[in-house]
Write a protein that binds this ligand. Structure first.
Ligand SMILES: [Cu+2]
Length: 494
């Protein structure tokens, strides 16, 4: 690979720390305005992404959106922003389709203007092709017919030119010239066929190149091996050969203070879940210090963020035997949960999950339809129904939620600010893009991030939309009085 090609690749690193859940969501403050933003991604790049913004406070009159590179953001390189369309029946709702021309970690710079003045917002998100669109049958047949018509036309024009190009009108074509015309027709047919063959090769090479980009952005594999009952060694392996080269040239940035967030979920019933923080070894592999686990087959999701702000989720599986005994070095942020199997019945939706000491986590009602972006709200109550008073940040956030579909083809790790990992906000901040809140203090990454030991509201919310119908399990993790608690909810999504 030539150096400049590699260079392009490095700049073109975007993020998708989610599996099977490409759209991006954000909720937070832009100056005086509290907004909910949904970015619906196109299946291929270039393609049109649809931005939707709802202002929950204030009177927003105008929304403008421009896209830039998240890494090495440069204000001067920002294009002229697109103006979003304001909904007539719902004036606090704006939408705008914008072409994504390149893959990589991008940032949407959103400018708001309204009764409370102007404000700006930067939302990191990723752009990458999710697949290759098939050529429709009708289009294929139509193009093939046109191609045949043009090829036959070219051959007949050339042979007609040789046969009668300089004849007087009405003159007969001499026999030798007829023969020559036939030979020229045969020769030009061969040349046209060769051109078509070359075109097909070119088409194939383009398709293969695109396939390579699609593969590049597939979730990497997480190869796991047990070294000893408590030592799980993890290797992140990209789907495309270029991924390894890319990984070699880039470094990882910590997200909530950890280079990897590893989730182990027992399959098929999703009845055990561990959220661990493996350490990085010198050779680039990760080492997880396993707690005592119950035996079974576990699906692994490893969230990492590279220095360009691209989140990757590596995916693997491992069979574990039951382990007991003490761990080598437990991390304070590690947490685990054990409970009932995923409920697969269509009406399944448990709204209340019991926590320690008689407290409970209550899922407040919201729509359960695929593609409908909403706030997933969870309230923590004491046994007597009063709100709990001991909520603390867990790794800098009010809460962490993992949305997992029963077949594990969907996994999304969401925070109160949305889908972008904190590390991606940090990359954007360091590269000089405007911050979510104009009033933010230095070092404060975004509105939803809080200082340690602050007591938090007993209600946490996550902006998200189920990407597809199916049965989902939602793990909601919060910290109360120094202890991580996990609420687990099942939902049948139409
Ligand atoms: Cu998290």
């Amino acid at each position: 690979m030539k150096p400049y090609v590699l260079f392009c690749f490095v700049l073109a690193m975007p993020a998708g720390a989610h599996v099977g859940s490409p759209d991006a969501f954000f909720e937070g403050d832009a100056g005086p305005y509290h907004v909910f933003v949904t970015i619906r991604k196109p299946p291929v790049v270039p393609g049109v992404a649809v931005f939707e913004l709802r202002s929950r406070t204030g009177d927003v009159r105008e929304v403008k959106i421009a896209l830039g590179a998240a890494y090495q953001f440069d204000e001067k390189l920002l294009p002229v922003p697109d103006t979003a369309t304001q909904s007539r029946p719902d004036p606090q709702f704006f939408s705008c389709g914008i072409w994504l021309m390149e893959d990589g970690p991008l940032v949407a710079i959103i400018q708001l203007d309204g009764s409370q003045g102007k404000a700006r917002l930067a939302i990191p998100f990723t752009s990458y092709p999710q697949g290759t669109l098939p050529l429709g049958n009708a289009l294929g047949v139509g193009l093939a017919a046109l191609m045949l018509f043009l090829a036959a036309g070219l051959v007949s024009i050339v042979s007609a030119f040789v046969r009668e190009g300089d004849l007087e009108p009405g003159a007969l074509v001499p026999a030798p010239r007829m023969r020559r015309a036939r030979m020229v027709a045969a020769a030009s047919a061969i040349i046209v066929a060769a051109l078509l063959w070359a075109g097909r090769q070119w088409w194939g090479a383009e398709a293969l190149g695109h396939r390579g980009i699609v593969d590049f952005f597939q979730p990497p594999k997480l190869e796991a091996a047990l070294e000893s009952p408590h030592r799980l060694v993890l290797k992140v392996v990209g789907t495309h050969p270029n991924w390894a080269r890319y990984a070699k040239r880039t470094s990882l940035v910590p997200d909530h203070g950890h280079l990897m967030h590893l989730f182990l979920i027992r399959v098929p019933s999703l009845d055990r879940m561990w959220h661990l923080h493996p350490a990085r070894l010198e050779n680039g592999d990760f080492l997880a210090d396993l707690p005592p686990v119950d035996a079974g087959r576990y699906h692994l999701f490893g969230d990492i963020v590279d220095r360009n702000g691209f989140p990757w989720t590596a995916v693997g599986e491992i069979d574990l035997a039951a382990t007991g005994g003490p761990r080598g070095s437990a991390d304070d942020d590690d947490s685990g949960w054990a409970g009932a199997s995923l409920a697969l019945s269509a009406e399944a939706r448990r709204m209340v999950y019991p926590l320690a000491g008689g407290a409970r986590m209550v899922w407040l009602p919201g729509p359960l339809r695929a593609g409908v972006a909403t706030q997933f709200r969870f309230r923590l109550e004491n046994a007597d129904g009063s709100p709990v008073q001991d909520m603390e940040p867990y790794m800098g956030m009010a809460g962490h939620a993992e949305f997992v579909r029963s077949d594990l083809a969907v996994f999304a790790h969401i925070h109160p600010a949305g889908t972008a990992p904190m590390a991606a906000f940090e990359v954007v901040r360091l590269s000089g893009a405007p911050q979510p809140s104009d009033t933010s203090m230095p070092g404060m990454q975004h509105a939803a991030m809080t200082m340690p030991h602050d007591l938090l509201s007993p209600e946490v919310s996550f902006p998200y939309a189920f990407p597809s119908p199916g049965t989902y399990r939602i793990f909601v993790q919060v910290r109360r009085a120094g202890r991580v608690e996990t609420g687990v909810f099942d939902a049948a999504v139409e």
